[in-house]
Design a protein around this ligand. Structure first.
Ligand code: GLP
Length: 242
């Protein structure tokens, strides 16, 4: 794992956007794995700004998002579909058919998980997966204790994750209890991974990731077994590491 140090959230976002833009410009048909949350938002803002100013095209990219809440239709204001269209896809020249997120209202969710895996496989697999990390070490919505062997699956969200995500809702009660997420095995099949970590609230988790052992009780630790991981972390997140 290569660790790049950023001075601030803004700097982390700039480094991450430059990293992604370099890939997108040299590989216009790239298959991206994308994440939601506060961490990648600044990166997405910079991709949008670059698209406006420099015209970088996303017409030929394919994307697969990590996860979606169960019970939220794509047009629900708090769905990850809405997050991605408001913050990124709606502001770029993407080809809608190439954009994928799990369907949280599929009648058969188990079948939906299977189809999602097949779609990723049929696209040739993910070239670059962008990740954030929960303060309990979750990646996607793979909570502590998740087997490293699982593919896209349905999960029950940890109470701490629901509380952390409540800031995007008016009340904690509105935060769903379940989600569909790429599994750890799905994430590990990506050819390359870019993990962003920002803020003091993630410093314990980052310390555990850098210094701790690989164990299922800390999902992000699996990344140590991946051959091509880059971490871009800001100073506050790195405060516990050295
Ligand atoms: C969320 C998402 C993850 C995200 C993580 C951190 O619950 N499912 O994909 O990486 O938690 O979120 P944030 O970046 O808002 O801290």
């Amino acid at each position: 794992m290569r660790v790049m140090e950023a001075t601030s959230y803004q700097h982390m976002s700039e480094l991450a956007a430059d990293y992604l833009l370099n890939k997108i410009r040299t590989q216009p048909y790239i298959v991206l794995g994308l994440a939601t949350g506060g961490t990648p938002k600044g990166t997405y803002d910079r991709l949008v700004k670059d698209h406006r100013e420099n015209g970088t095209s996303y017409r030929n990219i394919t994307s697969f998002n990590l996860d979606e809440y169960v019970g939220f239709s794509p047009d629900h204001p708090n769905s990850y579909h809405t997050f991605m269209y408001e913050n990124l896809f709606g502001k770029l020249d993407v080809t809608k058919e190439n954009i994928h997120l799990p369907n949280g209202v599929a009648l058969d969710l188990v079948e939906e998980c299977k189809c999602y895996e097949e779609q990723i496989e049929n696209s040739g697999g993910i070239d670059l997966q962008l990740l954030g990390m929960g303060s309990n070490g979750h990646i996607g919505f793979n909570e502590p204790g998740t087997s490293f062997e699982v593919n896209t699956h349905i999960v029950e969200l940890a109470q701490s994750t629901r509380e952390a995500n409540a800031r995007f809702f008016s009340h904690l009660e509105e935060v769903p209890h379940e989600a569909v997420t790429m599994g750890i095995a799905t994430i590990m099949r990506s050819r390359e991974i870019l993990l962003l970590v920002s803020g003091e609230s993630k410093s314990e988790a980052l310390k555990e990731l850098v210094n701790g052992e690989v164990r299922e009780s800390f999902p992000a630790s699996v990344l140590k077994m991946h051959p091509h991981v880059t971490i871009i972390a800001d100073k506050n997140a790195l405060s516990g590491v050295r």
